[in-house]
Design a protein around this ligand. Structure first.
Ligand code: G3P
Ligand code: CA
Length: 314
């Protein structure tokens, strides 16, 4: 069987990473922190952050791309964020029946594509029941607006290439990993093949997050250098445990207070720095200013231009 050299190298590399993580008592203890060495006390010391961010201004992330302006999780949404000079985009990754990683939020195709019309007898239209070739034929844009007709559900590889072409950065969410055993390794393989696990990307342009703590733990074990985030709002007393495998805790904005954010900041993350907090989904100026006053490090928004204007960020 012919094995593509890049894929073979990726498999070998990930295998080595897993072996190393499995034999070390703490894989992170020897992992260099992914910071900018040129200005260690500036905001650039924030793992994966923008080095020119003003002190006090949260980083703004385009949630599912700039999804108030283009269909979520499509290349058009990535480009919409780029058009407003928002360099961080967030996405959701799931897996098809034949093992391709695709970018889509729901675990069914019904809300954001024309799958019901195209495949009426395939109820409940789960992502994992369709091949990548089938999904590639679906219209993922018309539901949002006629001018987006023909937009596709991108593969993760297509998505990474577009984000790279746009010189943007990626907050990658592994969605519902319990449905897709091994998706952590698959995701890292695609990232590696696309050139997203080199030092430059890992240090400044990539964060991997999940609502599933075990998923985040696995990503960290496989690639201890990658910046990771747990999605949720753990009790203050539990926060330190997340610092064993995560750099960030990313909570829903309605669940936090200034005290909770301060408690998270007192925890040391897995790369030896204060835990960071990026909250979601904030789309209006008043709420943006409210969470900014709480001290959050980042705001994840469908309308990143609105939030950026409100908080004075980049
Ligand atoms: O990045 C945070 C946010 O995306 C989590 O919620 O459901 O939009 O994936 P959801
Ligand atoms: Ca998400």
């Amino acid at each position: 069987m012919y094995v593509r050299p890049v894929a073979a190298a990726a498999a070998a590399f990930l295998g080595l990473a897993l072996t190393l993580a499995g034999t070390a008592s703490s894989a992170t203890a020897t992992t260099p922190a992914p910071s900018s060495p040129s200005s260690p006390s500036s905001p650039s010391s924030r793992a994966g952050s923008d080095p020119v961010r003003l002190v006090g201004a949260p980083v703004v992330y385009a949630h599912r791309g700039a999804s108030s302006y283009a269909p979520e999780n499509t290349l058009a949404a990535v480009d919409a964020a780029a058009a407003m000079y928002v360099d961080w985009v967030e996405n959701d990754v799931q897996r098809t029946k034949d093992g391709e990683l695709v970018v889509i939020h729901d675990d069914t195709l019904t809300r954001t594509t024309d799958v019901k019309a195209r495949f009426p007898d395939r109820k409940p239209w789960r992502v994992q029941d369709f091949t990548a070739a089938e999904i590639a034929t679906l219209d993922a844009g018309s539901w949002f607006g006629a001018r987006f007709a023909g937009a596709r559900v991108p593969t993760l590889r297509q998505y990474l290439d577009r984000v790279d072409d746009n010189q943007q950065r990626l907050l990658l969410e592994i969605k519902k990993p319990q449905l897709y055993p091994g998706i952590e390794r698959d995701t890292l393989r695609v990232l590696l093949e696309a050139g997203w696990l080199d030092e430059q990307h890992v240090r400044r342009r990539l964060v991997v997050q999940s609502f599933d703590a075990d998923c985040v733990r696995i990503v960290h074990a496989l690639r201890p250098d990658v910046v990771t985030a747990f999605l949720g709002t753990p009790p203050e007393a539990d926060l330190a445990r997340y610092g064993q495998f995560a750099d960030r805790i990313n909570p829903w904005h309605t669940t936090i207070s200034a005290e909770w954010v301060a408690a998270a900041h007192r925890v040391t993350g897995v790369h030896g720095r204060a835990m960071e907090v990026d909250t979601w989904i904030v789309d209006d100026p008043a709420t943006a200013r409210k969470v900014q006053a709480m001290g959050v490090d980042g705001i994840i928004s469908n309308a990143p231009d609105v939030v950026r204007e409100a908080v004075g960020g980049f």
